[in-house]
Design a protein around this ligand. Sequence first.
Ligand code: HEC
Length: 162
Amino acid sequence: MSANKNVVVYRVIIGLLLLTIVGLVLKFVVLGRTGTEVDGRVTILLEPSERAVVLNEMRQFLTGIQQMLEASERNDAAAIAKIARPLGMAAAHAVPAGLPAKLPLEFKTLGHGVHGDFDRIAMDAEAMDDVRLSLRQLGETMKKCVACHATYQIAPTSGSRR
Ligand code: HEC
């Protein structure tokens, strides 16, 4: 009898633990740290320093794309590969430790998608030496820039709201 009771208690404990895990995954992997929508976009709340890291990465994307367009006009696929590579997954690993938990899953997916695309652009530019292919890939990749910008904005939190 008491053995049966124990089983029930264990099941309840396991159930509660599972719920906790699901809750944590939802909070830190899926939802991230978001606030109110201002202009229809979801606001991601980041520390000013984290926001600076993300925006700096964004400006590197823009600079890289500008340089790739110039390189493609010169028909220089090797230069495209060289510009695209540092924008690839290697850059994604340089984010501060606490940052991913604050980013919604869709944001992370789009962001990784863009980094992966730049690796692919670099690889293909090197292998195929075809700037038209690079331009087409760039155009496809930029749909992800557009999609993410249409969905999210970033607001800095004041230092106290950790
Ligand atoms: C995963 C989402 C996401 C992707 C993908 C993304 N961005 Fe952004 N980007 C943002 C957000 C969010 C902001 C901040 C917008 C705001 O707060 O109004 C931003 C800001 C920027 C800024 C402004 C930077 C600054 O200093 O204010 C530039 C430039 C930019 N992005 C370029 C790009 C380009 C180019 C790409 C594609 C290669 C790209 N982004 C892909 C989410 C993304």
